[in-house]
Ligand binder design. Structure first.
Ligand SMILES: Nc1ncnc2c1ncn2[C@@H]1O[C@H](COP(=O)(O)OP(=O)(O)OP(=O)(O)O)[C@@H](O)[C@H]1O
Ligand SMILES: [Mg+2]
Length: 262
């Protein structure tokens, strides 16, 4: 079943340098299937965050339709949880209060929030302030907070991009476990092709200027993935090759300012 979809979606921002339209996305068609773990990759500025923000409902499309469970996306909803690159926790609240803030309904907020903190291994830090936590721990709280909203779709925008390699791998495995156990659908933006290969059931490559979908690959289920297997080594090479080709093409023609449909 299709959980969310983008149909011929374009997004134009105003370029503050000259007041003209900057086409961030042009003609995006994307179906997100229920239960999949979709990794969105592409060079910087190709529109990955814009795509996620449209799915979250933080932005609206200039043209085309974004829908979720068959209805038009008109704004944010607890059904679509978001984890940003920077955790953006409320610094004046405890870890527990940060998560409680996202729990829907009035009953048993504390109990539910504690459950999610336990899920990400931070129940022992419920009373701590975010400033007392490491970067990886803060990001775990952000994940608990997003899950506490009870979303069907979890949108993650380079959630571990600022963490060291070891912490990132650990959190990748936790997200994988939460995805498998919780029956969620995940859209996960990353710059890191290996991370996408480790996690995704599908990898979608975007290219820039204006942002569009270049190519996609469906991966066989089965984790942990062996990235040293011949098929994975080959796929990694293909994706990196295409990514570099896109980046070179963009370098030759940077920041195209075009009219939609041009
Ligand atoms: N609010 C905004 N106002 C104006 N331009 C914007 C805005 N948000 C994004 N853009 C532009 O849209 C394009 C796509 O940006 P976006 O942030 O979606 O890229 P990205 O793929 O997420 O990049 P990165 O990998 O660096 O995070 C860029 O050219 C960016 O400058
Ligand atoms: Mg981004």
């Amino acid at each position: 079943m299709i959980l969310a979809s983008m149909r011929n979606v374009s997004k134009v921002f105003t370029d503050t340098r000259n007041g003209r339209g900057l086409v961030a996305l042009n003609g995006i068609d994307l179906d997100i299937k229920e239960g999949e773990f979709l990794c969105l990759v592409g060079s910087s500025g190709c529109g990955k965050s814009t795509t996620l923000n449209l799915l979250a409902g933080f932005e609206s499309p200039t043209r085309g339709d974004v829908s979720f469970k068959g209805g038009k996306v008109n704004g944010p909803s607890p059904e679509r949880g978001v984890v940003f690159q920077e955790p953006s926790l409320y610094p004046w609240m405890s870890v527990l209060q940060n998560v409680m803030f996202s729990v829907q309904g009035d009953e048993g907020k504390e109990r539910v929030a504690m459950e999610y903190l336990r899920m990400v291994g931070l129940d022992g830090f419920a009373a701590s302030r975010p400033s007392d936590l490491s970067g990886g721990m803060k990001q775990r709280v952000a994940i608990a907070r997003a899950l506490a909203m009870g979303p069907d779709l979890l949108l993650m925008d380079e959630p571990f991009g600022s963490l060291d390699e070891q912490t990132r791998r650990k959190l990748d495995n936790e997200v994988l476990r939460l995805w498998k156990d919780g029956g969620k659908t995940v859209v996960f933006v990353t710059h890191n092709i290996e991370e996408a290969l480790m996690l995704g059931t599908r990898i979608v490559l975007m290219s820039a200027s204006p942002g569009r979908i270049e190519k996609e690959w469906t991966l066989e289920p089965g984790w942990p993935r062996d990235l040293s297997s011949p098929s994975m080594v080959m796929l990694k090479g293909v994706i990196i090759g295409m990514l570099q080709a896109c980046a070179c093409a963009n370098g030759a023609a940077p920041a195209r300012l075009v009219t939609i449909g041009e």
